[in-house]
Design a protein around this ligand. Structure first.
Ligand SMILES: *Cc1c(COP(=O)(O)O)cnc(C)c1O
Length: 382
């Protein structure tokens, strides 16, 4: 996050604001830890799914997670810089990543290929690695045809003292739909991959396949650890479990104007008012994470009532039809939140934007000032 995004604002000046409720993260972590059969790795990639990586990490670790996971080494080093000392795994790196720094900073790395193994083995120190198998989505991880050779090479590197193979990991492509046959194939392939690793002489004590959806729906995927990210921040891709959303996005009305019926609004005049009404201007746009494709569909909450966003969402601003009653410039509008007061949820925004909740929460722009509510605050309130 940039310094600008967290710069303190003068008291009394209204700005857009993203409130991150770490009490929700604490609640979700406890739910996931209860369901997981083994350890819980808190996945805090993409700045903790847009909620603040270090804040989500600390909260999750205080409520049942035992480790952290991220994609890049840069993300792992940022956690170390923030003072976090628990095990951290980084699983998506190019072959020329700074593996010597990973070893020096005690960051575990995933190894998906012989080229990665060679690069990791060449770094000084005895790097802890998790061999990564593609469990059937043709994305990250080693292809099954390459797996046995990777395991044998890793065992040789282990015998030379270059690496320690502490884990085997995979990832399911269809876990949000527990009934999909793709899940059974993924489970079978993962079990096979662990057997092949053992046959090569490896003794991986961390065996992990499940992310949020499989953690919540399928104990057969749990093995010794679950890697959960979306669930920590209240997103359940399987829609099986009530989790608590953690974000609330508000903004002040910058201007309010009275307009006649037939007034054209915004770029391209995509919208014309049907009746005389009031239009309110919000200082948030697609650069702040309101998807442009949601133009003409999205709603916000004004004075406890849903009002439509009208016209195209611009880079920095969006217009709201406030109706005949209107509202005053300076009043606060809720753009999204947990939904308890009738405000739109992240899930609704995802629907308006033809996407998933993950893309909404990770898309909120860095210039939106953030307020973090610690978990203890909500617990005290009961
Ligand atoms: C993002 C990610 C996770 C976390 O998945 P969620 O569904 O967000 O819990 C786990 N493993 C890998 C490899 C990932 O990329």
């Amino acid at each position: 996050m940039t310094g600008l995004a967290v710069a303190p604002r003068p008291a009394g000046v209204s700005t857009p604001r993203l409130t991150v409720d770490l009490g929700a993260v604490a609640h979700n972590t406890r739910t996931l830890a209860d369901r997981a059969g083994g350890e819980l790795m808190a996945v805090v990639k993409a700045d903790g799914f847009g909620h603040g990586a270090a804040d989500v990490a600390r909260t999750a670790l205080a409520h049942g997670a035992t480790r952290l996971g991220v994609t890049s080494l840069a993300e792992a080093f940022a956690l170390r810089d923030a003072g976090l000392v628990v095990p951290v795994l980084s699983w998506l790196n190019p072959v020329d990543a700074d593996f010597p720094a990973a070893a020096a900073r005690d960051v575990d790395v995933a190894v998906p290929s012989l080229a990665h193994l060679a690069a990791v083995a060449a770094a000084p120190g005895r790097q802890r690695v998790h061999l990564h198998v593609d469990a059937g989505m043709a994305r990250d991880g080693a292809e099954p045809g390459d797996w046995a050779a990777l395991c044998r090479a890793a065992r040789r590197a282990e015998q030379r003292g270059e690496v320690e193979v502490v884990g085997v990991m995979g990832h399911l492509g269809c876990a949000d739909d527990p009934g999909d046959a793709c899940n059974a194939r993924g489970r079978t392939r993962f079990a096979w991959a662990v057997e092949v690793a053992r046959a090569a002489g490896l003794r991986p004590r961390d065996r992990h396949l499940a992310a949020t959806a499989a953690t919540l729906t399928d104990p057969r995927t749990h093995h010794t650890m679950s890697r959960v990210g979306a669930g920590l921040v209240g997103i359940d891709p399987s829609r099986s479990t009530a989790l608590a959303p953690a974000l609330t996005l508000t903004a002040p009305l910058v201007q309010v104007r009275r307009v006649r019926a037939g007034t054209a609004v915004g770029y391209g005049h995509d919208h014309r008012t049907a009746d005389a009404t009031h239009l309110g201007l919000l200082p948030l746009g697609y650069a702040d994470g309101l998807p442009r494709v949601a133009s003409g569909r999205a709603e916000v909450l004004v004075r406890g009532v849903r009002r439509p966003a009208v016209g195209r969402i611009s880079m920095d601003q969006v217009v709201v039809d406030l109706g005949r009653a209107g509202a005053e410039a300076g009043e606060t509008v809720t753009v999204l939140g947990p939904g308890r007061d009738g405000e739109p949820t992240v899930a609704e925004w995802a629907g308006w934007a033809d996407t998933i909740e993950h893309e909404i929460v990770t898309g909120i722009g860095a210039r939106v000032p953030r307020v973090v509510r610690p978990a203890a605050y909500l617990r005290r309130l009961g």
